[in-house]
Structures are given as structure tokens and as C-alpha cells.
Design a protein around this ligand. Structure first.
Ligand SMILES: [Fe+2]
Length: 309
């Protein structure tokens, strides 16, 4: 029988400032659908306890919680106990904690689902975008959201992905030249779109230019780096949609565009543009493929603060 503690005991442990490891081991689908977590808890996938169990500190108590304190947290606590860790599960799980009125904080893994809004499509129409460009924009938004759906265990803002992808080419209402990024960003800010979205509009040209490339192309010299994973997903989706819809390479289905991405970029000059651009897109491809395949479980761990000691 696994050891457990109840919510009062956990609250006392936290209040007393004891050194504990607090682990949230809710299943992916559960943690991504929940807005809350206990402060200081680190989320780890219960399915890969064999991968991370050895990294849990052995010199302090580990408290494990799941949704209701059932099988999920009990089996993780059991695995850790087998490794000699003083591991206990939280009786009743997060539900009992919240029902008891104990405090929770925002869960960074929460994914609010997002669907493309017809009112946003109307904004593109009113701005004067062609039907063809609107179809492209919608497809990029759908593709980016679909890729994001396949990435688990990473905090992602779905609304930002969907809207920034939909608006990224707004400047094409005025010009299809290189400056459509900058012009689009200006149009976007006068429409009241957020700075995060207009940044994507400006930075998407060739997927995030270096200052040197910007100078060569006659664009304002500034930082076009795509710092957010959401931005890189959008730009990767943009290139994939071109490959899928333009009929330059023959591919069986959309999946094949991803599978053969490296080959396609290395052989079709229109997609490669130049060496620097190709390498940039290949980096996005590698990063996003690894994330969608879950090659790095819990890859985001380093970005969240460790439990308070
Ligand atoms: Fe564009």
C-alpha cells in the first residue's frame, strides 16, 4: 500500500517551509485542460516516470498529485518509492485540494482551444486582400493550429497562433513585395491588433531575417528573430502550406510535405531562397518535428521555476 498524505497535511508541510518535491503528474490530456495547479508543483508526465524518476532528489519527501488521487499518482508514487524516495500521493488529488479551499495558481500548460473567427476573415476582406491570399492565410492558420495540437508538454497560446497566422500576410492587401511584412504590421496596428501579432507580420519575411539580410533586402535593420515557439510554428506552417498548395513538388499528402521537408528545401530554389534561409527553416523543422514526436519529454522543464525550498 502506498503512503499518502491529506490536503491539510500538505498545507502544513508547505507552510512550515519544509523542503519537499511537489510533483503534478496529471495525464497530458488532463493537465492541458486545467487552468490550475498547486504553487511550486512541477509537472512531469506519468507515462515517462522511468525517464525522469532517477532525477528526483532523494534527500527530501516527494508529494505526488494527480486529478483525484487515484491510480495515476499512486503508481508514480509507487515507482519513486521503489527507487528509495520517500514518496507519498495526495489523497483526493488536486480536486480535494481545491474543494478544501486551498490556493492554486495558473497552470502554464493550460491550452484554451481556439477556432478561427469569421469576423477575423471579414477584417482581411475589408482590408482588401484577394480571395487567393485569404485562402492561403486561413490554410496557414489551420496548419499552425494543427501542428500546435500535436505538440504536448509545452505551454502554447493557441489564440495567438491562430490569429497571428491568419493575419501574417495582411500587407499583401497593398503589395506582394518584400515590404508586405512591414506594411502589414502598420495596417495591423491601426486595426488594433496586438504588438505580438504585428511582430509576426513584420518578422515573417523569410522566416526571421538577420540584420545583415534585412539590410541586403532594403528592409529596416532590426531584430527579426522568432523568439517564441508559437512564432516558429507559424512560419514553419507558412512554408509547409506553400509546398502543399503550390504544386511545384508532387507530394502524396500533407504529411509527406513534413517528411520530405529537408529534401524539398534543398532541391527547390523557390523554397530554399538561399543558404541562410534554408538553414533557418531546417532548424524550425528539426525543432518542431522533435516536439511533435515527443522526442524530448518535458523539454520545457528548465523554463519553469523549481519548487520553493
Ligand atoms: Fe508573407
Amino acid at each position: 500500500m502506498n503512503k499518502y498524505i491529506n490536503t491539510d497535511e500538505l498545507a502544513q508541510l508547505i507552510d512550515s517551509g519544509s523542503r519537499i518535491t511537489l510533483l503534478d503528474v496529471r495525464r497530458e490530456v488532463d493537465v492541458m485542460a486545467s487552468e490550475s495547479k498547486i504553487n511550486g508543483a512541477q509537472w512531469l508526465s506519468p507515462g515517462s516516470v522511468d525517464l525522469w524518476g532517477g532525477d528526483i532528489a532523494g534527500d527530501r519527501k516527494a508529494v505526488i498529485y494527480c486529478v483525484k488521487g487515484g491510480q495515476v499518482s499512486q503508481s508514480v508514487a509507487g515507482s519513486l518509492s521503489d527507487k528509495g524516495i520517500d514518496a507519498v500521493f495526495l489523497e483526493g488529488g488536486l480536486k480535494a485540494w481545491q474543494d478544501g479551499g486551498f490556493p492554486v495558481v495558473n497552470n502554464p500548460l493550460f491550452r484554451k482551444p481556439y477556432a478561427i473567427r469569421e469576423s477575423d476573415i471579414q477584417i482581411l476582406k475589408n482590408a482588401g486582400m484577394s480571395d487567393e491570399d485569404i485562402i492561403h492565410s486561413r490554410k496557414v492558420a489551420e496548419k499552425a493550429l494543427e501542428i500546435a495540437d500535436r505538440i504536448k508538454q509545452q505551454p502554447l497560446d493557441m489564440e495567438f497562433i491562430g490569429r497571428a497566422a491568419l493575419f501574417h500576410d495582411l500587407g499583401k492587401a497593398r503589395t506582394h513585395g518584400m515590404e508586405h511584412g512591414r506594411i502589414g504590421a502598420e495596417m495591423g496596428s491601426s486595426l488594433g491588433l496586438s504588438k505580438a501579432i504585428t511582430d509576426v507580420m513584420e518578422k515573417h519575411i523569410r522566416g526571421g531575417l538577420t540584420p545583415f539580410e534585412a539590410q541586403e533586402l532594403g528592409l529596416p535593420v532590426k531584430d527579426y528573430t522568432l523568439y517564441r515557439l508559437e512564432e516558429r510554428i507559424i512560419i514553419y506552417a507558412d512554408r509547409l502550406v506553400d509546398i502543399i498548395t503550390e504544386d511545384i513538388v508532387s507530394i502524396r499528402d500533407e504529411k509527406q510535405a513534413e517528411e520530405q521537408f529537408e529534401h524539398i528545401l534543398s532541391t527547390i530554389l523557390k523554397y530554399e531562397k538561399n543558404d541562410t534561409t534554408r538553414k533557418r527553416y531546417l532548424n524550425y523543422h528539426k525543432e518542431i518535428t522533435a516536439l511533435t514526436l515527443n522526442l524530448y519529454p518535458n523539454a520545457w522543464i528548465a523554463e519553469i521555476p523549481l519548487p520553493k525550498e
